[in-house]
Design a protein around this ligand. Structure first.
Ligand code: F6R
Length: 612
């Protein structure tokens, strides 16, 4: 949601912080701000809007401090405006704090502080934190580690989620950071240390990171980092090397990250397949290593996630059921966690999250674990929070996804879960080997076929040009094509702000067909030979009522009645979503461009949803 950057070292902090914020802006972009400390004084500068507004603030170039914190905001409490932007300072201007997350008991804490003579300048929950720290700091004057202790005591009062960075003008050589249910990592350099909510922010400065766990505190100086657990007992941490290359976080000549990420899919799917699948060999999931007995124990599989990741789950449900013969339920994490789902030690729960930081998905995983289920996390971010909670983690290895609208993560999630389903089927011996081998062969051909689909982008661009002024668009499909329709509709809503609906084609006549009128755009996905005739009939029903149609298909059809037909390569229908979504990702992208919108940073959205 929000992004955090921090620096302590020998260099001027402000350019490093602003550069980091620019890399993190995809996490939230309502407002941004920066505090640096110099000569016993904290300078605090912030503004509404994009990070580039910070550049224009008078005096920003005069910030020479070598220690600082910075933040890019996605508003939760209080509208986006300068007053509500971070960093927030306490009443005495001694402490400056940036915060990601939500303080659930802030009303009660605010009242406590008001009763103790504090006042507030913003509508945020965050502003209580520097004041609470001040409250403890003034009571804590005897303590040898006064700042760390005061931050610790303040955090003990907080309910909810937080990742915070704290500066104190009385202790100019240190910065304190803490996390609970919101990501925070520390990057290590030569005589300098970095803090960030997301690794790409500082990847151009270091590749060595410490990952903080929930409840951890850290005290940073330029030469040292000390770690403490949730009782403030010292702990040690292992330094991890993150081998993402910096260019994978840059646009690489593409106009937008989203377009770059769409075009990266032949490579990202190949990376996902990696060494798990090799010609004529069994699928390799040694990192999970389930025996036949263990798999036979599972009488139900849950696939739980949010948004696009949940759509990836919907796409693989038929695979798990058809190949493994285990009932598979796909659930939205925010629903699952409050539904009292039927889970026990015979349930396998798989949690899908690109970022690995989605609050609802993590909470849903914790719930399943508490009921004795076996849990697997499917994530793209090494060491992300979800991977530290799950019994097993498998990575998509799609590379960093920066655009808010998820594209390559979706196809990699489906690819990885397909491999997992095939692995289960091989261990269970639940279907004939031929059936498994056909899907394996098709998976290995995907990178090539993805490259072929991407070649048709001009025709999609032309169609987007014809329909970008529309107010409503319908997506129709049956079976796995319906799951693609849902993902395509989400993509269009997110980045073009056009209202759209996805329907199972057969459901149309049970109500929604009432909305079809002359000129409306309907997009049909037809890739399953067993369902194609039925889908064609449903499309005729909308054409008769005047709809403009775009068809994505790998079938031989009489195409004369459609306005535009995009042919994609044939594959096994169970994995066709990996190919059929591509033209629809491009369709949303080009519509958004036609409308002149910010594709990578759509309004009201953020890349990683770390609040409920
Ligand atoms: C849509 C999109 C979101 C995410 C959802 C889950 O393009 O990106 O719907 O898929 O917020 O995010 P992760 O996968 O990080 O848990």
């Amino acid at each position: 949601m929000c992004g955090i950057v921090g620096y302590i070292g020998t260099k001027k902090a402000s350019p490093i912080l602003i550069n980091g914020l620019l890399k993190l802006e995809y996490r939230g972009y309502d407002s941004s701000g920066i505090s640096t400390m110099e000569n016993g004084y904290i300078s605090n500068m912030k503004d509404k809007g994009r990070v580039k507004n910070l550049y224009d603030l008078p005096g920003i170039n005069d910030l020479n401090g070598t220690i600082g914190i910075a933040h890019t905001r996605w508003a939760t409490h209080g509208k986006p405006c300068k007053e509500n932007s971070h960093p927030h300072m306490d009443n005495s201007n001694t402490f400056s704090v940036v915060h990601n997350g939500i303080i659930e008991n802030y009303v009660e804490l605010k009242q406590f502080l008001l009763d103790n003579g504090y006042h507030f300048l913003s509508e945020t929950d965050t502003e209580i934190i520097p004041n609470l720290i001040h409250y403890y700091y003034t009571k804590n004057s005897e303590n040898t580690d006064r700042l760390l202790n005061s931050v610790y005591l303040a955090c003990k009062d907080l309910k909810g989620s937080y990742a915070i960075e704290v500066l104190c003008k009385e202790e100019p050589d240190y910065m304190i950071v803490a996390r609970k249910d919101s990501p925070l990592v520390i990057g290590v350099g030569e005589q300098e240390n970095y803090v960030c909510s997301d690794i790409p922010a500082v990847l151009s400065y270091t590749k060595n990171f410490y990952l903080l766990n929930d409840g951890d505190f850290a005290k940073l100086s330029k030469d040292d980092v000390s770690f403490y657990d949730n009782n403030l007992s010292p702990i040690t941490k292992e330094l991890k090397n993150i081998d993402w290359d910096v260019s994978s976080c840059e646009k690489d000549g593409y106009e937008d990250f989203m377009l770059k990420e769409i075009y990266e899919q032949p490579k990202s799917v190949r990376e996902t397949i990696g060494s798990r699948l090799k010609k004529d060999e069994k699928i390799n999931f040694d990192d999970i290593g389930f025996s036949k007995e263990v798999l036979q124990k599972f009488n139900r599989i849950y696939l739980v996630a949010c948004g696009t990741a949940m759509h990836a789950g919907l796409a693989v449900k038929p695979l798990l059921e058809k190949l493994c013969h285990i009932t598979t339920i796909v659930d939205i994490a925010s629903e699952f966690r409050y539904r009292e789902p039927l889970i026990d030690e015979n349930t396998l729960c798989i949690y899908i999250s690109q970022s690995g930081e989605t609050a609802d998905t993590i909470a849903a995983l914790k719930l399943a674990k508490s009921k004795g289920a076996t849990t697997i996390a499917v994530s793209n971010v090494i060491g992300s929070s979800i991977t530290r909670e799950a019994d097993y983690t498998i990575y998509t290895h799609a590379g960093p996804e920066i655009a808010v609208a998820s594209t390559k993560a979706y196809t990699s999630q489906i690819t990885l879960l397909t491999l997992l389903a095939l692995y289960f089927a091989e261990v269970l011996e639940s279907v004939p080997v031929d059936k498994i081998n056909n899907i394996k062969e098709e998976l290995l051909l995907l990178p090539e076929k993805l490259t072929e689909v991407l070649k048709d982008s001009d025709r999609i661009k032309d169609f987007a040009h014809k329909v970008y002024t529309e107010k409503d668009v319908f997506f129709l499909g049956r079976g796995t094509d319906y799951t693609v329709a849902m993902e395509a509709s989400l993509k269009l809503k997110e980045i073009s702000y056009i209202h759209s609906e996805a329907y199972a084609s057969g459901e149309l006549k049970h109500g929604p067909i009432a909305l079809i009128e002359n000129g409306i755009t309907v997009i049909g996905i037809l890739t399953d030979p067993f369902l194609v005739e039925k889908s064609v009939s449903n499309l005729q029903e909308v054409i008769t009522r005047g709809a403009k149609t775009l068809i994505i298909t790998n079938q031989e059809l009489n195409t004369s009645s459609y306005d535009e037909v995009i042919n994609i390569p044939n594959t096994n229908p169970l994995i066709s979503p990996i190919l059929s979504i591509i033209p629809l990702q491009l369709f949303s992208y080009y519509i958004s461009k036609e409308k002149g919108l910010d594709v990578d940073k759509p309004r009201n959205l953020a890349k990683s949803v770390t609040v409920e």
